[in-house]
Design a protein around this ligand. Structure first.
Ligand code: PLP
Length: 396
């Protein structure tokens, strides 16, 4: 560590987000790193070429642009190394493929991001890996599911769409006793609000597409490993030839600079709306880990430093034959909330969640689940928009 790095290591999160990654002194003082487009890198002589005896050797193996982002992520995650991949989904599939082999058994949380489940049920299964889903609330009880060939435990907290919390430290401790690798999809919290490696996780995953991007215009995934797992992750990724593009890497580093202040606003607005929803008669439940009423709230309070801007609520409908019609009426009446997938951008989004894939954490019985991504708009306007949705749903 040089003096600047030492100073930064002790600084607050927004100071670190402003200064981690590239050092302007390395490139003529320009504040941002250069966007290096590269395949070939030249060597000064045959000996250096033979030994790859210089920092950069080929575009797929990193450039000053991708290094700047990887260094920033390592600093945030406390990881030994980070790889960049073209999407958040690839950030899940690449480590699975890097660490698993035919005959292995893998435990995946039932409230997992649906495309992760699809990858497990199709490609992983086809390659001879046995996939088993477990209850997000299982905690140390996961021990009962570990078999002699269990190689990896995949966690995601809060869970996708229904936001179940997981006791990551307890799961990691038990998994490690049995020689399993622990992976966590930490997209919801970002390393600003939760640092998986501090809780025993070996591999931390992010869809940088979400909050690090912040503007709904970039796809990128990051996978960060502790020292014990870094080499195998790097080797697996290198074998597959996957890498992040220089332009996307640049945009994500740019997004990190403002991510702390954006998250503060997402957190505050989402909590205000969640509390307001909780007080309404037409809402059965609000699924937000920062609400004391939410099962798992105690874990969130114990382990997380904050909450981001995405949560769900259950519309109080009761008659299942009306779930879909009321959910659609609600969504169709919204103006500021766009109907779209993904989240983490500056604009609010709403979606009627499909939980048909769940085998353990099943869909609530009271009504349809509507997921809200609270953007950077003014809360009063968002509330008015949601009120139009409730009125439309009531009229069905
Ligand atoms: C969005 C998301 C991903 C995938 O990110 P993409 O870049 O859209 O592929 C992975 N995990 C979680 C939890 C997500 O929400």
């Amino acid at each position: 560590m040089n003096d600047r790095e030492k100073l930064l290591a002790e600084a607050g999160i927004n100071t670190r987000l402003s200064h981690i990654g590239n050092d302007p002194a390395d490139f003529h003082g320009f504040v941002n790193p250069p966007v290096v487009h590269a395949s070939t890198v030249l060597f000064p002589n045959a000996r250096t070429m033979e030994t790859r005896g210089q920092k950069y050797s080929y575009g797929t193996r990193g450039t000053p642009t991708t290094d700047a982002l990887c260094d920033a992520i390592n600093e945030l995650e406390g990881s030994a190394g980070t790889i960049l991949v073209p999407s958040g989904l690839a950030a899940v599939s690449v480590p699975f493929l890097s660490f698993l082999a035919a005959g292995d058994h893998v435990l995946v949380v039932d409230s997992v991001y649906f495309p992760t489940r699809n990858f497990c049920d199709t490609m992983l299964t086809r390659l001879g890996v046995t996939v088993e889903y477990y209850d997000p609330m299982i905690g140390a009880g996961i021990e009962a599911l570990i078999r002699p060939n269990t190689r990896l435990v995949h966690t995601e907290a809060p869970g996708s769409n229904t936001f179940e919390m997981q006791d990551i430290a307890a799961i990691s401790a038990v998994a490690h006793q049995h020689g399993c690798i622990v992976m966590m999809d930490n997209t919801w919290a970002t390393p600003v609000f939760f640092r998986p490696l501090d809780f025993g996780v070996d591999i931390s995953i992010h869809a940088a597409t979400k909050y690090p991007s912040g503007h709904s215009d970039v796809l990128l995934g990051t996978v960060s490993a502790n020292a014990a797992h870094w080499q195998q992750l790097w080797d697996g990724n290198f074998a597959m030839g996957i890498c992040g593009s220089p332009d996307d890497s640049y945009q994500i580093l740019r997004g990190l600079r403002t991510m702390g202040v954006r998250l503060e606003r997402h957190q505050e607005s989402a909590l205000a709306i969640a509390q307001w929803l909780e007080g309404r008669d037409d809402v059965a439940r609000v699924l937000h880990p920062a609400l004391p009423s939410f099962p798992g709230h105690e874990i969130w309070k114990r382990d997380f430093k904050g909450a981001s801007g995405i949560f769900s609520f259950v519309l109080d409908v009761r008659s299942p034959e009306k779930f879909k019609a009321k959910a659609h009426a609600f969504l169709d009446a919204l103006s500021y909330f766009g109907l779209g997938y993904s989240w983490g951008g500056f604009e609010s989004l709403a979606v009627h969640v499909n939980l048909a894939d769940r085998t353990i954490s099943k869909a609530p019985a009271e009504g349809p689940v509507i997921r809200l991504q609270i953007g950077l708009e003014d809360v009063a306007d968002l509330r008015k928009d949601l009120e139009r949705g409730f009125a439309a749903a009531a009229a069905v």
